[in-house]
Design a protein around this ligand. Structure first.
Ligand code: HEC
Ligand code: HEC
Length: 344
């Protein structure tokens, strides 16, 4: 018990700050590498993150003017409360309600990725936004039009000056600012992270620990710690649909890459349903069923999934329950609520 009111307040403040890993939510802080993460791959020397650059990038990310008719922003398909995915949509919904063919992936821990998109077709984060801005089914716009609109806006010239020194609005600056915002979308405050960083005596429950062992045996070869992806491209035996999305093959034209897709992270599954590149599964339980019962021996199926000529992983119902308990420790409520990353 605190006898002195001041001591209580101090204790409360320490607890609150402790939960937030020292960063007060909503306040800008410099890019820092979580203690349990590897070094990032993004080349920061070409684009140093500053507060003004980040604030501009955030405004651009939530700016519908980036689309042809000013109705769709990046944030329309990458919604923070849904772990920066598009909740409730199997494939993305863009301008004029046009449908894409793939599920919106999260904007999360991108400083650690060298390839982007489900097929890895983009290898530079600073160029990535050109794809949605020009895509017919997403924003259906072009950079000249974006720049024209931003130049005639009362705030943007000043914001660009604050971020880059002059009022010039160029493609390169728009893209760099967007990267600055996206790079700061770091999810590293799940229970799993606290356990790994030995923060505040947080430990796994017995069920979570047993689930962790199952994860290590069955999933870690692809969904590797601590990002929960090894950033490879694999075929996990999804049935081929009418869209016939060939995945990585379209980029490399290597027959062995047919139907291979980028291994997604397992962080924040509680917020990012539906799952897989086409959003075909609505629940984590359905995904686990896929791995045990529904997997198909499609061309290029990863050899890790083939046992005695048959596709699939072996897990009992009990194993699945334990595994789901572990997967829940990867949810990071702070990330999906952090006001720093929300539209202002
Ligand atoms: C209409 C919905 C939609 C809009 C608008 C949209 N995106 Fe996306 N985004 C997607 C989809 C779908 C993918 C996956 C595309 C693929 O794999 O072919 C994606 C992929 C990405 C990726 C790659 C993530 C990864 O881990 O590979 C990034 C980064 C990204 N979008 C950023 C943006 C930015 C920045 C904007 C605004 C300029 C934007 N998106 C606008 C739907 C959208
Ligand atoms: C051989 C590599 C490999 C192994 C092993 C593996 N996965 Fe996957 N996983 C993938 C790939 C590739 C995808 C994306 C497939 C696609 O969308 O086409 C995926 C997708 C997922 C998704 C969907 C995530 C999202 O955001 O859409 C979940 C959940 C998942 N796996 C869980 C697991 C679990 C749990 C295990 C262990 C029981 C496991 N995976 C084992 C490669 C693997």
């Amino acid at each position: 018990m605190c006898r002195v009111a001041g001591a209580c307040t101090t204790l409360l403040m320490m607890l609150l700050l402790g939960c937030y890993g020292g960063n007060q939510q909503g306040q800008f802080h410099s890019f820092s590498i979580p203690a349990n993460f590897p070094p990032p791959l993004y080349r920061f020397k070409n684009n140093t993150i500053t507060q003004a650059g980040f604030v501009l990038g955030r405004k651009l990310f939530y700016e519908p003017r980036l689309s042809r008719n000013s109705t769709i922003s990046c944030g329309s398909c990458h919604i923070q409360s849904a772990g920066f995915t598009q909740h409730g949509h199997d494939v993305s919904h863009g301008i004029d309600d046009r449908l894409g063919t793939r599920n919106s992936p999260p904007i999360m821990n991108l400083a650690w990725s060298a390839t982007f998109m489900w097929d890895g077709g983009i290898t530079d984060l600073d160029l990535q936004p050109l794809a949605p801005i020009s895509n017919h089914a997403e924003m259906d716009n072009n950079m000249e039009n974006v720049i024209r609109k931003l130049k005639s806006h009362p705030q943007y010239p000043g914001l660009f000056k604050g971020a880059f020194g002059t009022e010039d609005i160029t493609s390169a600056r728009v893209l760099k600012a967007l990267s600055q915002f996206m790079l700061m979308c770091i999810s590293s405050h799940s229970k799993y992270d606290s356990v790994m960083r030995r923060e505040g005596g947080v430990t796994f429950s017995v069920e979570e620990r047993e689930g962790y062992f199952i994860y290590q045996q069955k999933c870690a070869a692809c969904h590797a710690e601590p990002l929960f992806t090894d950033h490879s491209f694999r075929n996990n035996g999804l049935s081929i649909t009418a869209v016939n999305d060939v995945g990585r093959y379209a980029v490399t034209l290597k027959p062995s890459d047919r139907y291979s897709f980028s291994v997604p992270s397992l962080r924040n599954l509680a917020y990012t349903a539906p799952y897989m590149h086409d959003g075909r599964y609505l629940t984590v339980a359905a995904v686990l069923n896929h791995y045990t019962d529904l997997m198909e021996l499609t061309p290029g199926l990863d050899s890790l999934f083939i046992r005695e000529g048959r596709p699939g992983l072996t897990m009992t119902q009990e194993d699945k329950i334990k595994l789901m308990a572990f997967l829940k420790t990867l949810n990071d409520i702070q990330f999906v609520r952090d006001p720093l990353l929300s539209p202002q």
